[in-house]
Write a protein that binds this ligand. Structure first.
Ligand SMILES: Cc1cc2nc3c(=O)[nH]c(=O)nc-3n(C[C@H](O)[C@H](O)[C@H](O)COP(=O)(O)O)c2cc1C
Length: 170
C-alpha cells in the first residue's frame, strides 16, 4: 500500500490523479491528509475513486484501518510539514505516518512545495538535508528530477501543481 500524504498547498487539489494512476498500476493507495489539506482536496473525485482518506488517529481500542505502507509519498510537502517531520514532531496522524516511515527507513518521496517567501528561513535547508540524509528522495515539483534547491516563484503554485506528473513519485 502506498500512503499519499497531502498538506495545505495547491498540489493537494490534484491528488486524485495520483490515486487513479497508482490504482491503474495495480497498487493500493490511501490518502492521508493534514487538517490544512482538507480545504484543497477534491472530495467528489476522491469519493468517486472510493479511496480511504484519513486525517485523524483511530480511536483507542479500535482496529488499525490500513496495513503498514510499503512506501510513503509526501506531495506536496509544505514548509510546515517538512520542518516538523525533520524535527521529529508527530502531533497529528499525518505526521505520525511520516515520522514512522522516516524512522524505519521505508521508501519515501518528498515533493517540497514552498515559495521564495518562506525558503529563506534557516530551518528550511536544514530540514531538507535531514530528510535526504535519512534516505528520503526529494523530488522537484517542476521537473520530477532531484530537488533543485530553488523554491517556487511566488504565484506559480497553481501552474506547477496542474502540470505535476504523479508518475514522478509513484
Ligand atoms: C492559498 C494558500 C496557498 C498556500 N500555499 C502554500 C505552499 O505552496 N507551500 C506552503 O508551504 N504553504 C502554503 N500555504 C500555507 C499552508 O497551508 C499553512 O502553512 C498550513 O499551516 C500548512 O499546514 P500543513 O503542513 O499541516 O498542511 C498556503 C496557504 C494558502 C491559504
Amino acid at each position: 500500500m502506498i500512503a499519499l500524504v497531502v498538506t495545505g498547498a495547491p498540489l493537494t487539489r490534484h491528488v486524485h490523479r495520483g490515486v487513479a494512476l497508482a490504482r491503474a498500476g495495480g497498487r493500493p493507495v490511501a490518502v492521508i491528509a493534514t487538517a490544512a489539506a482538507g480545504s484543497w482536496l477534491d472530495h467528489d473525485e476522491l469519493a468517486r475513486l472510493d479511496v480511504p482518506v484519513l486525517d485523524t488517529h483511530r480511536p483507542p481500542g479500535t482496529p488499525k484501518r490500513l496495513p503498514p505502507p510499503d512506501a510513503v509519498v509526501l506531495a506536496p510537502g509544505t514548509f510546515n510539514t517538512i520542518n516538523k517531520l525533520a524535527a521529529g514532531i508527530a502531533d497529528t496522524y499525518a505526521l505520525s505516518v511520516l515520522c514512522e516511515a522516516l524512522a524505519t527507513r521505508h521508501p519515501m518521496a518528498v515533493v517540497p512545495f514552498v515559495s521564495r517567501s518562506l525558503a529563506g528561513h534557516p530551518a528550511w535547508p536544514r530540514s531538507l538535508a535531514t530528510l535526504a540524509e535519512a534516505g528520503a528522495r526529494l523530488v522537484d515539483p517542476r521537473t520530477g528530477g532531484p530537488w533543485s534547491g530553488d523554491p517556487l516563484e511566488p504565484g506559480t503554485g497553481d501552474t506547477v501543481a496542474a502540470a505535476f506528473d504523479w508518475r514522478w513519485v509513484l
